[in-house]
Design a protein. Structure first.
Length: 148
């Protein structure tokens, strides 16, 4: 434990604190002394105990206001975090839906290609059969012309 001499309201006090916390204790006591002196100059001599009480209440008010603001910010951050999680979920769902659509389009494209190939083969057979029938007809017509 370390000992620190501080001045408060013009009086010296010896306070103990953990080793390494001396500067922090001095800073806190200076802040408290400044607040106390400021209220003393505003309110006049209303008694040291009452002035200490008012100083303490004002500091506690600031503490609770700060604590409330921190809690509000934490809630805002949590809400924002939840919105980002929701947005991320929507993005992933959108991506999954688009991948499914792409798979369906690929399947449809393959089916369409197969249909085109089958139609091409059928068309080529029809043309071949028609060409053979025309050839047969021409040959028959030629042979009928030669017989006459």
């Amino acid at each position: 434990m370390a000992n620190v001499n501080i001045t408060f309201n013009g009086k010296e006090f010896l306070l103990s604190c953990d080793d390494g916390q001396e500067d922090h204790l001095i800073e806190l006591s200076e802040h408290l002394n400044n607040r106390f002196a400021g209220l003393k100059s505003q309110l006049g001599s209303i008694g040291e105990n009452k002035l200490l009480l008012i100083t303490s209440i004002k500091i506690m008010d600031e503490y609770f206001e700060t604590k409330k603001k921190i809690e509000d910010k934490k809630k805002e951050l949590n809400d924002l975090s939840n919105k980002f999680k929701e947005l991320r979920s929507l993005v992933y769902n959108y991506r999954d839906d688009k991948e499914k659509e792409i798979d369906i389009l690929k399947t449809n494209q393959e089916t369409f290609k197969e249909t085109i190939e089958k139609n091409k083969e059928d068309y080529e057979k029809i043309i071949e059969e028609a060409a053979e029938k025309i050839e047969t007809f021409i040959q028959k017509a030629s042979s009928d012309n030669q017989i006459q």
